[in-house]
Design a binder for this molecule. Structure first.
Ligand code: GLU
Length: 290
């Protein structure tokens, strides 16, 4: 059997907090259990939010916690052409289209539609599905708009994508979803509507970059927080469309704050740095999580 490969993939747009430490430790525990390798990936594809000082802080904090990684660190911003290649493949298949509606256009469209009484579908992150009014634009009209400098994002044509899939898609879950989903789990990519594939300031969306990276890095086991459970549905679809291998998935519990909300990077009180400055040892931090 090939050696399993795990990865911890933080985004350098804030300091690591206890939730990240839990995720890194879960990756380390499961990698050790299966004598696998653990890789570190810096998910900095969102160039507008990533900052180099957070990247160095991430490495320092992980080293302080005593978590060791194998092999070289992969930084997404060094591999833009890999994502471009995947996006081009989807465009050539007629599965990606330039979407010209701004956030405000989408909001207006959705409120007008909801004023008639029907709730507009939203994705698992709470964002309204893209109305897709420009999905059917003909090529010359698209080119005219782009030449005239119109802003746009690349979106997946979900209906076209689903029509290419002949058998239901699923994944093997060894953790659990929010409703206890485990074992062989059916993917439901339509939850995401016409998801964003790339933006001007982010050459690939999180969904597109993560499936490309996991394939290139030979990741056999994706271990991450339960907040990304539903994202796996669209990751599985993109893997099918791009002919990529399918890792096993393990979604672990989330650490909640005292109000029952997921910890976030904006909450300084649980950042590893802050706890270190307050005099806690790595062992104390690990005890807080376990
Ligand atoms: N970079 C993502 C985050 O920090 C995690 C990516 C993943 O584990 O799939 O939320």
């Amino acid at each position: 059997m090939e050696k399993p490969v795990f990865r911890f993939a933080p985004s350098p747009n804030g300091y690591l907090h206890l939730g990240h430490a839990l995720s890194a430790l879960e990756n380390e525990r499961l990698a050790q259990q299966s004598a696998g390798n653990l890789l570190l990936r810096i998910d900095d594809i969102d160039l507008s939010r990533a900052r180099p000082e957070f990247e160095s802080a991430i490495s320092e904090d992980l080293a302080w916690l005593g978590i060791e990684f194998d092999g070289a660190v992969r930084r997404q911003s060094d591999h833009i052409s890999d994502y471009q290649y995947a996006l081009d493949a989807l465009k050539e298949e007629g599965l990606a289209y330039p979407a010209f509606m701004s956030r405000a256009d989408i909001r207006d469209h959705v409120s007008a539609a909801e004023a008639t009484g029907d709730a507009w579908p939203r994705d698992p992150d709470g964002a309204p599905h893209y109305p897709g009014v420009d999905r059917e634009l003909d090529e010359s009209e698209r080119q005219l708009r782009i030449a005239a400098g119109a802003a746009y994002t690349w979106r997946l044509d979900m209906a076209a994508a689903l029509s290419r899939i002949s058998t239901p898609i699923d994944w093997l879950e060894s953790g659990a979803g929010p409703n206890g989903e485990t074992g062989q789990v059916m993917a439901n990519p339509s939850l995401w509507g016409d998801a964003i594939l790339a933006r001007r300031d982010a050459p690939a969306s999180y969904h597109l970059s993560v499936v490309v990276d996991d394939a290139i890095q030979g990741i056999s086991d994706v271990v991450r927080g339960r907040d990304l459970f539903h994202a796996t549905s669209i990751h599985r679809l993109l893997q099918e469309l791009l002919g990529l291998p399918v890792p096993r998935y393990h979604h672990h519990r989330l650490l909640l704050d005292t109000d029952g909300r997921k910890l976030s990077k904006s909450r300084k009180d649980t950042s590893i740095r802050e706890l270190k400055t307050a005099g806690l040892s790595p062992a104390d931090v690990i005890r807080l999580i376990r």
